[in-house]
Ligand binder design. Structure first.
Ligand code: NAP
Ligand code: MG
Length: 402
């Protein structure tokens, strides 16, 4: 049988450290034997970002805009220690931040559910995907500590110079004040990314805020979501048989805990920060979380939620065998290939993506897994293997399934 053909290239963003090693091994063992892989390759490894003065990151984001689908390996976000370690020209910005800003995208994180690794919440049977708004609110705030006898006011100067003024508080004793903002444009982009993604995976979309207390600020989020839904997405949702559902954040939390999963939960910036850690932990492991960046005009970038697994990399450099979990990175590839297949109408490529995921999950369910999962798995018969053995076991199964 010949290899599966592609039409449009996938934008491939290589990365750093242990995940860069995994990247190569996944391609060699699981993809290239079956697919005549077409990619446009960008090396986002830190040495090349430094060499190109980070131009490669911007170029890769533009390529995703052009072709529509990218797959990204984890990358180092430099700090002072990395500047020294890699002798960098400067402390380059987070590639994920740069790409997210250029695509104006929202990040969706979903756990990979597998038999033997049971969520802490016993009712959860299907993954819960969290979408976090990544702009404004408390993350772009202004805050001041005030002393006794202070008057805090909120003043907004309009384009014509007119002022709106409201008293925040008259302080008898000391205290604190905070000013924060969001923009209609950013909220609308967030909403469109959420509606697009829900349609793309055919799952219900939940959105929640605290509009009963925050009658202007949070209410604005609720209104923008509702307007965009009614005007642009309602009929597509009805056709797909999915639902958009708004509720209070407290009610959402209660419903999430009683649910069986299988939906997307859109969160304001702070809620998403907190709730994504809760969901990830309750589903089992960061090594089993996927992440996809979706732009409001429907461009997709798939990756693993974890980082470059530095500690394992240093062991690998010493020649020690490592047992790094490649599952989230494999699912980044399968997710990207499936989306490419959908856009280009390639049934055999879509089927390959399904088989790749099936082979990976069946390998774990048969008791062969990386060592991080051994601690979590409730299977009676299980064996912790190193990364290469794990990938070989998946490859053998995939061969059978194809
Ligand atoms: P990390 O790479 O996610 O790893 C933290 C720890 O979690 C590891 O040491 C390991 O624990 C465990 N772990 C994570 N992924 C695993 C996997 N696939 N298999 C097995 N164990 C796994 O986070 P970090 O060490 O904080 O960050 C390392 C680098 O990654 C940093 O330079 C950071 O900037 C970057 N980063 C990149 C992204 C991204 O590109 N999306 C995201 C986060 C961080 P044990 O050592 O106990 O086995
Ligand atoms: Mg957090």
């Amino acid at each position: 049988m010949g290899k599966i053909q592609m039409i449009t290239p996938l934008v491939e963003l290589d990365g750093d450290e242990m995940t860069r090693i995994l990247w190569q091994a996944i391609k060699e063992k699981l993809i290239l034997p079956f697919v005549d892989l077409k990619t446009e390759y960008y090396d986002l490894g830190l040495p090349n970002r430094d060499r190109t003065e980070d131009k490669v990151t911007v170029d890769s984001a533009n390529a995703i805009k052009k072709y529509g689908v990218g797959v990204k390996c984890a990358t180092i976000t430099p700090n002072a220690q990395r500047v020294e370690e890699y002798n960098l020209k400067q402390m380059w910005k987070s590639p994920n931040g740069t790409i997210r800003a250029l695509l104006d995208g929202t990040v969706f994180r979903a756990p990979i559910v597998v038999k033997g690794i049971t969520p802490t919440v016993s009712t959860w049977k299907k993954p819960i995907t969290i979408a976090r708004h990544a702009y404004g609110d408390v993350y772009k705030n202004t805050e001041i500590k005030v002393s006794a006898g202070s008057l805090a006011e909120l003043v907004v100067t309009g384009p014509d110079g007119s002022q709106t003024r409201q008293t925040i508080h008259e302080f008898d004793g000391g205290g604190v004040v905070m000013g924060m903002h969001n923009t209609d444009k950013s909220i609308a982009s967030f909403a469109r990314s959420c509606f697009n993604y829900a349609l793309s995976v055919k799952q219900d979309l939940w959105f929640a805020s605290k509009d009963t207390i925050s009658k202007v600020y949070d209410h604005r989020f609720k209104d923008i979501f509702s307007e965009i839904y009614e005007n642009e997405y309602k009929s597509a949702f009805e056709q797909a048989g999915i639902e958009y559902f708004y509720t209070l954040i407290d009610d959402a939390v209660a419903r999430v805990m009683r649910s069986e999963g299988g939906f997307i939960w859109a969160c304001k910036n702070y809620d998403g920060d907190v709730m994504s850690d809760m969901i990830a932990t309750a589903f089992g492991s960061l090594a089993m979380m996927t992440s996809v960046l979706v732009s409001p005009d429907g461009k997709y970038e798939y990756e693993a939620a974890h980082g470059t697994v530095t500690r394992h990399y240093y062991r690998y450099l010493k020649g020690e065998p490592t047992s790094t979990n490649p599952v989230a990175t494999i699912f980044a590839w399968s997710g990207a290939l499936r989306k490419r297949a959908e856009l280009d109408g390639l049934d055999s490529l879509a089927e390959f993506a399904d088989r790749l995921e099936q082979a990976t999950l069946e390998t774990i369910e048969s008791g062969i897994m990386t060592k991080d999962l051994i601690l979590l798995s409730t299977l009676a018969e299980k064996r912790g293997v190193n990364t290469d053995e794990f990938l070989d076991a998946i490859a053998a199964r995939l061969e059978d399934l194809m």
